[in-house]
Design a protein around this ligand. Structure first.
Ligand SMILES: Nc1ncnc2c1ncn2[C@@H]1O[C@H](COP(=O)(O)OP(=O)(O)O)[C@@H](O)[C@H]1O
Ligand SMILES: [Mg+2]
Length: 337
């Protein structure tokens, strides 16, 4: 069933100054703001950004659901403005929201998809997909009886039915429990290898982008802030991020004059401190600032999260609880040796 992407032509995605505004001219929301991206064919590409960053809008523009305000894009070798039908024929889309018909069986859902897309000779392909996703034994069961994982598999099967070369997955794991999320990661990797498709997925889970994607672009407020392989992006931040909460406000100069401190970012009594090495910074910090003043502290080594934090001064993921002080002391003891 595997087909090399080379045999099926260009499966890359390129955008040039792609912009999308919503709302009136006077009060426009720049959902996409001059986006320039090149997504090589045959890769798994992650678009990582917080809610409202413009991820779904980019997918909607690239799939032809909505028109861009300005700029250009090609998908699978075709221009989204000039050849929208050629683009549509080559893309599959797994939406964030549910698209299955619960009253239909798995096989009927595939049939419905084939009708919607005017496909001929789709039946052998549908059977292959049912087999590939281990759904053949349940193919005549109503989808309402399916587990979340099975539903996801069927949604991906529907997206693959017309043999697209590019698949869009909008927040494919949102709302899934941890086990199903891991299973989906394996499915995405498997589908990518088996069918040779380019996968563009959006996520606001850092671990997901890190685990799954060959390349990642970080998007915020419609702008691409950084792009590269996960390790390239992490290498950009050659620093540890120390986050601390103090009982009272302290003089920022106390922190910034500690050797190795690159940046001090106060947020009330919360501080984000960029340091060359947390192991060297922490002992000096505790000599400089009265330890009773320090309520909480956490250290982060370079990750996609710290890349985002470093660029925007904000967190991408849900607020993680700061590591507690006891752990910090244990770390300090280890660091002192
Ligand atoms: N149909 C719409 N009308 C007006 N504003 C919209 C519409 N769709 C999205 N937006 C706005 O565009 C921005 C980007 O939204 P979206 O692409 O859905 O972000 P994401 O998928 O990253 O959460 C947000 O500010 C959102 O409120
Ligand atoms: Mg979205």
């Amino acid at each position: 069933m595997a087909e090399g992407p080379a045999a099926r032509g260009d499966s890359s995605i390129t955008t040039k100054e792609l912009s999308k505004d919503y709302g009136s001219k006077e009060r426009a929301v720049h959902a996409l703001d001059h986006v320039n991206l090149h997504i090589p064919g045959g890769t798994v590409f992650g678009l990582l950004g917080p809610n409202g960053a413009g991820k779904t809008t980019l997918i909607k523009v690239l799939t032809g659901i909505t028109d861009p305000t300005s700029g250009d894009a090609t998908v699978a070798g075709f221009d989204i403005r000039r050849d929208p039908m050629e683009v549509k024929a080559r893309i599959g889309w797994v939406a964030a929201e549910v698209i299955l018909d619960d009253d239909f069986t798995a096989r009927e859902n595939l049939w419905l998809q084939a009708k919607l897309q005017n496909l001929t000779d789709w039946k052998p392909r549908a059977e292959d997909l049912l087999k590939y996703f281990s759904l053949q034994d349940r193919a005549n069961d109503k989808v309402s009886h399916f587990s979340t994982g099975m539903r996801k598999k069927l949604e991906i099967a529907l997206a693959l039915l017309h043999q697209p070369t590019v698949i869009f997955m909008d927040e494919p794991t949102i709302g899934l429990d941890v086990t199903t999320r891991r299973m989906l990661w394996d499915i995405v990797t498997g589908v990518h290898k088996e069918f040779g498709v380019t996968v563009l997925l959006t996520s606001h889970y850092i671990e997901e982008a890190d685990a799954l994607c060959d390349r990642v672009a970080i998007i915020d407020q419609g702008k691409i802030l950084a792009e590269g392989t996960p390790s390239e992006l992490k290498a950009r931040v050659k620093a540890d991020i120390v986050q601390l909460e103090t009982a009272q406000s302290i003089d920022p100069a106390l922190l910034s004059k500690i050797p190795g401190v690159q940046d001090v970012h106060p947020q009330g009594n919360d501080w984000l401190v960029r340091v060359a090495s947390s192991e060297e910074f922490l002992p000096v910090l505790f000599r400089t600032v009265d330890p009773n003043q320090i309520k909480r502290i956490s250290v982060e080594k370079p990750s996609l999260e710290t890349v985002f934090l470093d660029i925007t001064g904000r967190r991408l993921g849900e607020d993680e609880p700061l590591r507690d002080v006891r752990k910090f002391y244990a770390q300090m003891r280890r660091a002192r040796g």
